[in-house]
Design a protein around this ligand. Structure first.
Ligand code: ATP
Length: 289
């Protein structure tokens, strides 16, 4: 389990991480979303001790970060940090020697899955192959905690799917996973929880199913004048287009739909919203994009 509380990091006049509090339970995949510069990488760096937070606390399975934490923590940085002059096999040899939990058979299987040639120097790998090697290094010890900063960037769609399935498998076996990605479809596929960052702060977080449920909206048409739907219990926002209203129901879509029907609306529909819709709403800054 990863517990982050009040994490804050300032770079001169930039508040990169602003009081982030987040819990990722064991067996969960949490997707961290946010626009460029929202603070995702800085959050990861603070979690792992690569940047010194100004405030806040981080715990892994209840304990603070120590060098021993890395025996059961795998990390894939935004830009893979590899030794360009060493081969793929030499990289894995370093992991084998330094990590008691290195699973050689699993690493070999992963090399084959990602079609990586052990004899190739890291500097000669394509961008996607470098990402794949960084991933193999991170997961070949079958860590109980995985932190991945855009782990599928540069990978082809087949390999992206492989990575997501590996993460889902790891979580099913009890691992705690926190990953960032700009590809909302990846988060949608792999994560059961999401946290959306904006200007250093988390503006939305929770279970994906709960967030989707809370985000459903109700659409209805009135043949007569539109009544005061904003006054209905649970309604947070009303958009009107001609005789049609779209009502944000804050998790109370069925009740709001029933009330609209009782008020004489026709064609009442409850609309599901995609994770992309939730993201765009959460990072909306009033058109100043
Ligand atoms: P992206 O999606 O583009 O990778 P991000 O969400 O990971 O972005 P961060 O890299 O955490 O964002 O950056 C958050 C803010 O902190 C940005 O305004 C960035 O310019 C600033 N920042 C990050 N690292 C440093 C640094 N070493 N020195 C000064 N400012 C920094």
């Amino acid at each position: 389990m990863i517990s982050i509380s009040g994490l804050t990091k300032r770079y001169r006049d930039v508040l990169a991480v602003d009081g982030v509090t987040l819990e990722v339970p064991a067996g969960s995949v949490c997707g961290l979303l946010g626009r460029n510069g929202a603070g995702k990488t800085t959050t990861f760096k603070c979690l792992l001790g690569f940047a010194r937070p100004d405030a806040g606390e981080v715990r892994f399975d209840g304990a603070p970060l120590t060098p021993q934490t890395f025996e059961h923590l795998g990390y894939v940085p935004e830009r893979p940090e590899l030794y360009s002059w060493l081969t793929v096999a030499q990289h894995l040899e370093i992991v084998r020697r330094s990590q008691p939990k290195y699973d050689e058979a699993f690493a070999k299987e992963l090399l084959a899955t990602f079609r990586l040639d052990g004899r190739k120097k890291a500097g000669k790998l394509s961008k996607g192959q470098q990402t794949a090697l960084a991933l193999i290094i991170a997961i070949a010890t079958r860590p109980s905690i995985l932190i991945l900063d855009e782990p599928a960037s540069g990978l082809d769609p087949v390999m992206q799917r492989v990575v997501l399935d590996l993460l889902i498998d790891a979580a099913t076996s009890g691992a705690t996973i926190l990953l960032s990605s700009h590809q909302i479809g990846q988060i949608d596929r792999a994560a059961d929880r999401v946290a959306i960052m904006r200007d250093g702060a988390i503006v939305v977080s929770g279970g994906l199913d709960d967030l989707r449920e809370a985000a459903r909206i109700v659409e209805a048409t009135f043949d007569t004048a539109i009544p005061d739907v904003a006054a209905i219990d649970g309604v947070t926002r009303v958009e009107t287009a001609g005789t049609t209203v779209r009502v944000h129901a804050n998790g109370r879509a069925p009740a709001v739909a029933a009330r609209l029907g009782a008020l004489g609306a026709t064609g009442v529909r409850v609309l599901d919203r995609s994770l992309e819709d939730l993201f765009l709403d959460a990072v909306d800054d009033g058109g100043n994009r």
